[in-house]
Ligand binder design. Structure first.
Ligand code: AMP
Ligand code: MN
Ligand code: MN
Length: 337
């Protein structure tokens, strides 16, 4: 099988390295509603490229979330400018499908001649000219660490801290089963390179705005569990979002609270969005209950144990559809066992 003719083959690190070295201008983009891995990956590769003397723009459709503003260099994350940027290469990071980059960000990158797609979502259809998709990697940040160290590219402090936060947030603080010996070795190497573990963890996890706790209280009031205790879900309505003056990032990671209930195998969070659509966030505790498969049936995607959907509202209808699909899947796994 020749790599040049198979569009579904991954590019090698060397091929990616060749693109990075032989071009001068880059735009790095990540998904809407960015999380730590999205922003962390942009900063990690962005600062490595900057240290190589490249011209780099870091664009996110929704800008920089407040909870990640502590990351060194995060002030370089911009909302999309009105017109297309004059850049040679666009690099999509941590983004399962091209539309998840957002319309304005895609417009900003529309003059790029070459697209790189670096990600760890199993559902990624490889929409780049060159793709580096590793679904076994717990975070895009870890793929970038492998790439940067294998190619001996610069690893400045901004890159070091961003990689750590990208991987820490996508692994639930190095806890999910996607965490491997390699992940810990990477973390050890970052610490050896001067990363301040106590400070960075504290900035990542101990700086919750009070309204996030008020949100948790509101969510707990909507908590429900299936009679067999296997599925737990809660929901956020527009009204609560407005009442508490919530920001999109305020709900990030709260789903882990219901995922952690004994007996629960699948946790779901339903959120009414300002545009009337519904965001569904799912977490599973076992690979038999593959939430990426359930999400894919509704046009969403992600990983086996963490996936999401953006679907048509209203919330009650979306909820009924998704909970029915989940119930069917739970019954199937029960028959199999
Ligand atoms: P979240 O629940 O938003 O934290 O997302 C869980 C995982 O699923 C993340 O890796 C997301 O990138 C991915 N994901 C979330 N929503 C979607 C979607 N609408 N389409 C594809 N992937 C998604
Ligand atoms: Mn992400
Ligand atoms: Mn990720």
């Amino acid at each position: 099988m020749s790599e040049t003719t198979d569009t579904h083959a991954n590019a090698t690190f060397e091929q990616i390295g060749e693109v990075l070295r032989s071009h001068q201008s880059f735009v790095l983009i990540s998904h809407v509603r960015p999380d730590g891995d999205a922003i962390g990956s942009q900063l990690a590769l962005g600062f490595s490229l900057k240290a190589m003397g490249k011209s780099v723009r870091l664009i996110n459709e929704d800008g920089l979330p407040e909870n990640l503003a502590f990351l060194p260099g995060s002030e370089f994350i911009e909302s999309p400018p009105a017109g297309p940027l004059d850049v040679e290469v666009a690099i999509a990071l941590d983004t399962a499908t091209k539309p998840r980059l957002g319309d304005a960000a895609l417009h900003a990158a529309s003059k790029a001649k070459l697209w790189l797609n670096i990600d760890h979502h199993i559902s990624n259809p490889k929409y780049g000219d060159l793709n580096l998709i590793d679904a076994t990697s717990p975070a895009t940040g870890e793929i970038l660490y492998d790439l940067i160290t294998a190619l001996d590219l610069p690893l400045p402090d901004e890159t070091r801290d961003a990689i750590y936060v990208a991987v820490s947030t996508d692994t639930g603080s190095f806890q999910y089963p996607s965490t491997t010996a390699r992940t810990y070795e990477m973390a050890a190497d970052l610490v050896r390179r001067g990363l301040d573990v106590g400070t960075i963890n504290s900035l990542t996890y101990d700086e919750n705005p009070y309204r996030r706790l008020e949100l948790m209280r509101a969510l707990l009031n909507t908590l429900e569990r299936s009679p067999d205790g296997i599925v737990a879900h809660w929901e956020l309505r527009e009204e609560t979002r407005l009442d508490l003056a919530l920001r999109p990032e305020d709900s990030e990671g709260l789903i882990d609270v219901i995922r952690a209930i004994r007996g629960v195998r699948l946790a779901v969070f339903f959120e009414e969005l300002p545009d009337g659509k519904v965001r569904v966030s799912m977490r599973s505790k076992d690979r038999e209950l593959d939430v990426c498969k359930i999400a894919s049936a509704f046009g969403g995607g992600g990983h086996a144990l963490a996936a999401g959907i953006r679907m048509k509202g209203p919330l009650d209808e979306a909820k009924a559809l998704v909970l029915t699909a989940i119930r069917e899947r739970v019954e199937e796994t029960r028959k199999q066992s």
